[in-house]
Design a protein around this ligand. Structure first.
Ligand code: 0A1
Ligand code: ZN
Length: 864
């Protein structure tokens, strides 16, 4: 059996040597790359031994000019002993970049070379102190054939370019900022580019360049524009300016994640660069802007101030996700963005935190750090950062951030350092807040209230607990609250407790004990509490709202997030009643639901994007965690039942609103209308009048002048067994055969389908001419997407298919295999028959020879 070590946060130790400078030389040959690294080391402490991480083919080791022959090389480590206090180490490796399918280290994609070094990819290139607390100045020389590699890029500023003999060119890059090895990048190949400039507020003129393969360069403009918006926004909102003369973004069709913030040279998945109306949806446009923002914002939160060790990953990721969320909120609709983020958090992070893979925002141990680029580290981490801002207000938060940069610019630090900067800048004690980093699981708040007619006082009591973490201590939880009277009036209550914040019409209760009670005076009648406004903390609230209260909130809450939330609670209550009813298929739904949806659709003051979100029912993944031993089919059926009842109850109106929201010629600003229209089409397709709805789908598909409407039509018909579905899918595959990212959408749709031939179809699609069995985007869109198909993944054949794919993919790309393996973790919460079915499949994966650390860790934890 594989023996894989666990690493612990508590074992952190600084290195015995530090690095001053590193000079890298890459000579690109026909079948491999020669890498020479010259590193200046200085002793740091008493030890004169050094252990360097590396797995590339080692050719030579030279210390201060003397070749070393008696070095120890074992377990991907080079050990050096009896070293001087200062020395220069020269190492030559050969890197097998052209056969590297892992998309880590130095690898080829369509003939071009890219690097991916975060978290531990640099060690696949050379032998080094490949950890974030070792920061050095990098100089990079790249030599390659002029025809094959006319573009040669690395971090920092280009300091020389010359032609050598034999049609070779040599380019030298120098990065003036010290950085850890995970931020190193190199790109070599044939690319087209578009450029622009941005002048920072202090007057620095920055060249902006976006590179892609020539055939897609006409899809890069939105990315470039997004970069300028991000640079401007960061100056305005956080007073942060860019610090180099050039900022480059390069698109790669083979990339394991979304994008990478390498200093001055971001490498992006094409998915987050290319966007043009014929081939990208409205959501794609927003996502490109958000990811461009995210990587740009890392320049300060990640690069200038980085992480001491990988346990601190959320220090940069939680903070940077928070920043990109705010960027999107400021540029578009704040409410829409908040709702989308919370939906995503509930579907993906709450489920992770309720699964065997639950871990704290700052994990205390890991086997493979690659497995910790999770929803918890990123999205819950962003909620943790948001809570600082909620508690300290925007000004206080900005003061804290400024102090954080003042203290730590140029250093590798910890989550404590961030918390301390926030606390010190605002002169408050935030020690209890650190529990958000160390305690796993989603906190639940059990809430009860009481109105005293005689004293006109209203009291509300919160009991906090984490069900799957019973020893958890009481945390500091900011709960934004409002009170609403029966006539719909929102009142600003007179609060009698100390641990509350009252600001700009907002009341925030600071829970800090297992049980907290708050008392409000001068309340004329028993109010309806609007709890957790704006989703002020990543918790689950349990308050026994009656039906009337939920409708009061849905209609009258001043907080737009909580109006949406009340509707969600209304839907959840109804789905729950259907789920527990004797015959869900015949369940008659509460007419108040159709009434309020009808009102909402008629309300001209509500923006269509918000209407679309308001009629969107909670997803299976989100609901399943509140159904212990979930009966998967029953839950899917209950959601469907509610949807079709709404569709049938409101058919005429849904159709009318669908027609009203048609757009004439494409304008991005109509995205809200398209979202509403497509949501309605999805509803209509679930109603009884299938024939008519299919006609609508076919017409919309045919007339669409943008990708959003095409995908809207295909999604609506995706679960309907009709020849039109096949025709449209065929037509789409023909039209977009040469657009890999568009074909990803086509694969995804089919793997999500609720039609009975889905498993066979998905298995066959692996051999479709547009599929590529080694490309991460393809594998995510077909194979990983299938793990989110509750009906067909959760079958013997479904589990077997995914297990076989994990075993196949693990041999060349453990990162992707690990991410697919995550799909098994939610089964722990389902009916036991599913666990019985999945167990042999998981054991089969564990028995694979040379199973990667990535998959081993995930499957072994899932099996526990
Ligand atoms: N730091 C990047 C995410 C990233 C992580 C790992 C990668 O390869 C294994 C690539 C990118 C971000 O947050 O954008
Ligand atoms: Zn990031």
């Amino acid at each position: 059996m594989t023996n894989i070590a666990t690493k612990y946060l508590k074992d952190y130790q600084a290195t015995s040597y530090l690095v001053d400078t590193i000079d890298l030389k890459f000579e690109i040959k026909d079948t491999f790359v020669i890498v020479t690294s010259k590193t200046k080391y200085q002793q740091n402490g008493a030890s004169n031994s050094l252990e360097l991480a590396g797995s590339a083919e080692l050719k030579s080791v030279i210390i201060d000019g003397n070749e070393l022959t008696d070095y120890k090389l074992a377990d991907d480590k080079l050990s050096l002993n009896n070293l001087s206090a200062n020395f220069t180490l020269e190492i030559v490796t050969h890197v097998d970049a052209f056969n590297n399918k892992s998309c880590m280290g130095l690898y080829a994609s369509n003939g071009n070379l890219f690097t991916q070094c975060e978290p531990e990819g640099f060690r696949k290139i050379t032998y080094y102190l490949d950890r974030p607390d070792v920061m050095a100045k990098f100089t990079t020389t790249i030599i390659g054939d002029k025809d094959l590699y006319p573009v040669l890029l690395s971090n920092g500023n280009k300091i020389s370019e010359k032609t050598l003999a034999n049609n070779q060119i040599e380019v030298i890059w120098e990065d003036p900022y010290k950085k850890p090895s995970y931020l190193f990048a190199l790109v070599a190949g044939k690319f087209a580019f578009i450029d622009d400039t941005f002048t920072t507020k202090s007057g620095r003129k920055v060249k902006l360049e976006v590179y892609s393969e020539a055939e897609s360069i006409n899809q890069c403009q939105h990315c470039l524009e997004s970069l300028k918006r991000a640079m401007e926004w960061d100056e305005k909102r956080f007073n942060l300016e860019y610090d180099l003369d050039v900022y480059m973004i390069v698109a790669s069709g083979d990339f394991n994640m979304g994008a990478m913030e390498n200093k001055g040279l971001n490498i992006f998945n094409t998915k987050y660069v290319l966007a043009e109306t014929k081939t990208a949806t409205d959501t794609d446009f927003i996502n490109v802007e958000a990811v461009v923002g995210h990587e740009y914002f890392h320049n300060w939160t990640g690069n200038r101030v980085t992480c001491r060790d990988w346990f601190q990953l959320s220090l940069k990721e939680g903070l940077t996700v928070f920043r990109d969320q705010e960027f999107t909120a400021d540029l578009h609709s704040r409410t829409v963005k908040r709702i989308q983020d919370v939906k995503n958090l509930r579907q993906m992070q709450f489920t992770e935190d309720a699964s065997p893979l639950s871990h704290p925002v700052r994990p205390e141990s890991y086997m493979e750090i690659n497995n910790f680029y999770t929803m918890t580290v990123y999205e819950k981490g962003a909620e943790v950062v948001r809570m600082y801002q909620t508690i300290l207000d925007k000004e206080g938060f900005n003061r804290g951030l400024a102090l954080y940069f003042e203290r730590h610019d140029g250093y590798a630090v910890t989550c404590e350092d961030f918390c301390k900067a926030m606390a010190d800048a605002n002169k408050i004690d935030l020690s209890q807040f650190m529990l958000w980093y160390s305690q796993s699981g989603t906190p639940h708040l059990a809430i009860s209230d009481h109105y005293n007619e005689a004293t006109k006082e209203y009291s509300i009591t919160f009991k906090q607990s984490i069900p799957n973490n019973p020893t958890a201590k009481a945390m500091l939880i900011p709960v934004s609250i409002g009170l609403i009277l029966d006539n719909g009036k929102n009142i600003i209550p007179d609060i009698k407790n100390h641990n509350t914040i009252v600001r700009d019409n907002e009341v925030i209760l600071l829970l800090n004990e297992a049980e907290n009670t708050f008392i409000f005076g001068g309340i004329s009648e028993k109010p309806t509490p609007s709890i957790l406004r704006g989703f002020s903390a990543p918790v689950i609230i349990n308050y026994a709202y009656d039906e009337k209260q939920l409708y009061t909130l849905a209609r009258h809450d001043n907080d737009s997030f909580n109006r949406w939330e009340a509707l969600q609670s209304i839907y959840k209550t109804e789905i729950n009643r259907i789920y527990h009813s004797e015959s869900p298929d015949k369940f008659e739904i509460n007419q108040n639901i159709t009434k309020i949806i009808s009102e909402l659709l008629n309300d001209a003051t509500i923006d269509p994007a918000l209407k679309a979100l308001s009629i969107n029912l909670p997803a299976f993944a989100e609901l399943s965690i509140s159904y212990p031993n979930t009966d998967v089919k029953k839950l899917v059926g209950s959601i469907k039942r509610l949807k079709s009842a709404i569709a049938n109850g409101l058919e005429t109106q849904l159709l009318a609103v669908y027609k009203d929201n048609q757009t004439v010629s494409y304008d991005f600003n109509d995205a809200g209308k398209r979202a509403l229209k497509n949501t309605l089409l999805g509803y209509l397709m679930q109603g009884n009048n299938t024939g008519k709805s299919i006609e609508l789908v076919a017409a919309q598909y045919k007339n669409a002048d943008n990708m959003t409407d095409k995908i809207g039509a295909l999604s609506a018909i995706n679960d309907i067994d009709s020849p039109v579905r096949h025709q449209l899918l065929d037509n789409f595959a023909q039209e977009y055969a040469n657009y890999p990212l568009v074909m990803d959408k086509w694969f995804s749709l089919q793997s999500q389908s609720q039609l009975p031939d889905t498993i066979d179809n998905v298995a066959n699609l692996l051999n479709h001419p547009s599929f590529d069995k080694e490309n991460p985007n393809k594998l995510y869109s077909l194979v990983r997407a299938f793990t989110a198909n509750p009906i067909y993944f959760n079958t013997d054949a479904g589990y077997n298919f995914i297990a076989e794919e994990i075993i196949r993919i693990d041999s060349f790309n453990p990162g992707v295999a690990g991410r697919i393996a995550n799909g098994f973790s939610s089964i722990a919460n389902y009916e036991s028959k599913y666990q019985t079915l999945v167990k042999p499949q998981l054991q089969k994966i564990m028995a694979k020879e040379n199973l990667s650390r990535d998959v081993y860790e995930i499957i072994s934890k899932t099996l526990q």
